[in-house]
Design a protein around this ligand. Sequence first.
Ligand SMILES: Cc1cc2nc3c(=O)[nH]c(=O)nc-3n(C[C@H](O)[C@H](O)[C@H](O)COP(=O)(O)O)c2cc1C
Length: 188
Amino acid sequence: MAKVILLSGSPNKIGNTMDVLKECKKSIENENVEAEIISLSGKNIRGCTGCRKCKEIKKCIIDDGLNDILFKVKEAEGFIIGAPVYFGTPRGDLMNAIQRIGMVSYGTDRFLSWKVGGPVAIGRRGGLSTTYQEMLMFYFINEMIVPGSSYWNIVFGKAPGDALKDTEGIESTTRFASNVAKLINKIN
Ligand SMILES: Cc1cc2nc3c(=O)[nH]c(=O)nc-3n(C[C@H](O)[C@H](O)[C@H](O)COP(=O)(O)O)c2cc1C
């Protein structure tokens, strides 16, 4: 069965990013595609040092748990990223993670190519569009396929539970997740 990995970039195991990704997971499963949420909560993912050792060893040389995520992404057909907005941008940890995943893909067999997915930005008020756009740079340089939806993938929420109250945000974002699964089924 095809599979989508949903990566939460929030430090909070319970919170808005997780709530949004859980809704996306249900939409993906409704299309008969498997879905697994992975959280960066409790992890301390370091930044890419540009050492290029990944070319030789086919994984990242930094031993902080990123490779476990990387191999799950490599095996999956889809990759959705939930990005909480911090100071108008995606959270630093999350950028560390995706830059290292991108570097290993780039330096080896370009395993990210043709994976289907896209970003979802979650924030209180400002910087959601810029966060969404910044995350898209990762998708497009890695030859990934990003389906659209009825709106851009942004959901408003501050305190845990708020995001689920943004019905328009949840509707368009779960529609996007469902489109990811539909596209994977078509490609397969
Ligand atoms: C350090 C920090 C910076 C933040 N910066 C922004 C921001 O620039 N714009 C915004 O809309 N929300 C901002 N927020 C609010 C979070 O994006 C929002 O609370 C989000 O729902 C958190 O997701 P989580 O519950 O999954 O952790 C910030 C929160 C923190 C802790």
